[in-house]
Design a protein around this ligand. Sequence first.
Ligand code: HEM
Length: 245
Amino acid sequence: MTVEYIRYRIPGDTAAFEQAIARAARFLARAPQCADYELSHRTDQPDSYLLRITWAAGSGGEPIPAFLAEIEPYADAIEERSRYEPAEVAGAGGSVPSMYEWAGGLEALERLTERFYQLVPADELVGPLFARMDPGHPRHVALWLAEVFGGPDRYTRERGGYPAMLGHHLGKAITEPQRRRWVSLLLDAADEVGLPDDPEFRAAFVGYLEWGTRLALANSQLGATPPRQAPVPHWGWGVAPPYQG
Ligand code: HEM
């Protein structure tokens, strides 16, 4: 993930500038390589603006021609344009903890997946799928969940990110009863290891599991052609944005 900052000084019509950026932003909103964006202006210098664009992990921030065409008239007003990579220090601030923090961090997610993969082998529906499971599997899935729920991006850096995760499911032909059992066993494990059981956390947690397992099922069917490249999804407390094709 990279974050691009574009700092503008607009001596003239700031309303026209904001409208131009709003038009340009429609193209950011539709671009899969854009994870987030925000325009703000300096409190003590209202003609000084900062456009922040967060490029999705693994995307490289490929140019978006329609977006660039809209901001082109303000090219001379750019005072600084630079890209940053997030360092290790990150958080959501004091107001809203990430689901990762709320769950208890990596240690709690590892307890969850360790217990889950103790339950799995004995299960007649999903056990056979995991017969040749890599011994590091519980830890790898914990790293994935950590990244999804707002923790460090270690699955991307250490395990190959979305393409690797997808590769593990391709051709497995997961059935709906297996999917349901997978979710059910994971929730049993969540209760057993004492993951937070408040309504808000569990609603968001189950929301991700439903979404993720339904994708895993679809992607695992013979002949499925899921996207081979995509960022690791980031799941938060609210609802998922609408699927726009
Ligand atoms: C939210 C849903 C899911 C998540 C987050 C998830 C996560 C993962 C991850 C991260 C891996 C790769 C681990 C590694 O890097 O070594 C993996 C592999 C795998 N997953 Fe899933 N998975 C999900 C759903 C499912 C479902 C529903 C099934 C089957 C019922 C399934 C079966 C498997 C199998 C068989 C492997 C390969 C295990 C091995 O042989 O090492 N997954 N999963």
